[in-house]
Design a binder for this molecule. Sequence first.
Ligand code: PEP
Ligand code: MG
Length: 633
Amino acid sequence: MSRIDDNPEPAPPDATPAQIASAAGPVPPAPVERRRTRRDPSAPRPERRLIGIPVSAGIAIGPVFGAAEAPAVVVRHKIQAADTQAETNRFETAVAQSRKQLMKLKARLGNLPEDSQAEIAPLLDAYLHMIGPSRLIRGVRKRISDMLVSAETAVQDETDAITSVIMAMPAEGDPAGRRRRAEEVREVGRRLVRNLTHTPFRSFTGLPAGAVLACELLRPADAALLDPTKLAGCVTDEGGSDGHTAIMLRALGVPAVLGVAGLGQAVRPGDMVVVDGVAGSVVVNPTVETLAAARKSLTAFTRVQTKLASLRRLPAETTDNEAIDLQANLEIPVELPLIAKSGAMGIGLLRSEFLFMNRETLPNEDEQTEAYRSTIEAMGGHTVTIRVLDWGGEKDIEALQSEGIVPEVTDDNPALGLRGIRLLLRETDLFETQLAAILRASIAGPTRVLLPMVTNLAEVRQARDIYERVARRLRRKGERLPEKLPPLGIMIETPGAALSADALALEADFFAIGTNDLTMYTLAVDRGETDVAALYDPLHPAVLRLVQFATEAALRMRMPVSVCGEMAGNPRMIPLLMGLGLRSFSMNAAAVPRVKQAVRAVAIDDCVRLARKVMEQSDPARIHELVLGTPHS
Ligand code: PEP
Ligand code: MG
């Protein structure tokens, strides 16, 4: 059976409704139709339990916000004949991106109960069909080349043309079916326009207090815009446990479950939901009983939090009096009060990306100096480790694109591309500006500078040359800097760096082990990707061996070494890391009390015994049992 978008011959853009209708063939297949006619939208909907990846502890109970998308703004414009090819290429990129998004959603349907799959699959198929060699796609291409309009304009005009044809179809057609088909075309058009205009898929303006944000995908830059005091919880279709969005949500203390298959289809704005950030469940339209149980869990969770808060002033010391250094990671300045409350003894990783996100222009030296200075001052004498810009991978920064520093469309494989220190060594103005700002701010208190994504010695040497050159220039200009420059350390977050740690220890002043990227690169598993989330395992023996190798290299040189990846915030993994010789950890602020509690409950000897046992194992399942007490799922 053919569909509206099956037309083998593209209808001319100015075809009459009748022409398009006759080319379009009969109405689409029945499954979607049945789905729509079966359901009465005003009827109370039954409770529905969905499962995802728990990424941030806590219970949220509240109405859903965000299921509706703000429209992407399209400025209609004409193009020059010479630009037709470039415009068509832009369109093809958006088509490929849209197809990828839809395929991903489809691949994850297998996690849903069968009846839900039967409901959703035909809809996604319909979208995918339209994104293929369809009337819509051909029509847009033709409009770009014949009418010389921008790709966005062409998509809008073509979807309008097709939907008006559908709505004008003979009255014997089912009106609900026609509306549904028109909506499907519009939905595909919206997706294309969003991808063309790089418009985020959701808007958070107007998020009411106490709401649960539900959306398909939350980018790290989006998460940085959230106000944790307003947001009760967050749930998304996409995402993995240690992606930057997950890190942000943990940092903000927002209960969150990501990678929830079928979420987009299961919730509507205003639906009541219960989010359990520990169990990884999302209950839509909870019954009275479910709500009562959730309220109980919430009270219990709050009680534990209050108890943990009472640890704030107690030292992080093992039962045999070994002092452990617990610091916090900072992603965005709103976390500072949370860090102060957590009892963290410094900032072990300030991810400076926040300064560059959600803006069109790059922050200048003075602006950056002020941001670093205020953080250093707020930490009142505790060390602040500022990591220089780690652009790349999933961290999108518009300002770098709009200023032409990085291309608008990134590499196919951005995690292996121009990331972190690689970009900074190419864009030395960007690097020097940031180093100058950090150096100027460092007069305000103890500071360290951290280089991301290092893989070889030359990068550290080049970075140090630039660092010292910037310091000399500032001194020549009469800038007051600390007598001894802040230590310059490196992230150990690639297998290459971990295995060269003995050599790198001769060049760097300290190591910060980034277990997130280290796990990703060692196991070849994208840390933010739902489909391979089960393979992402920091307890894999290969990752642990790299952590051990790097730690021992640092300890032999009596060089400071810490862990600042998400592993450091897991109280159950801390004894193992201590057993490997680590004494310094930096984590999301909310984890500091929980980790302190774990530290205060163990003796170093026990940790060493545990680490020995673990490091003898090559079976990840056995390691999970030893460390977490549960087999690896
Ligand atoms: C890491 O990779 O472990 C790390 C701390 O850096 P980020 O999470 O910012 O990539
Ligand atoms: Mg990293």
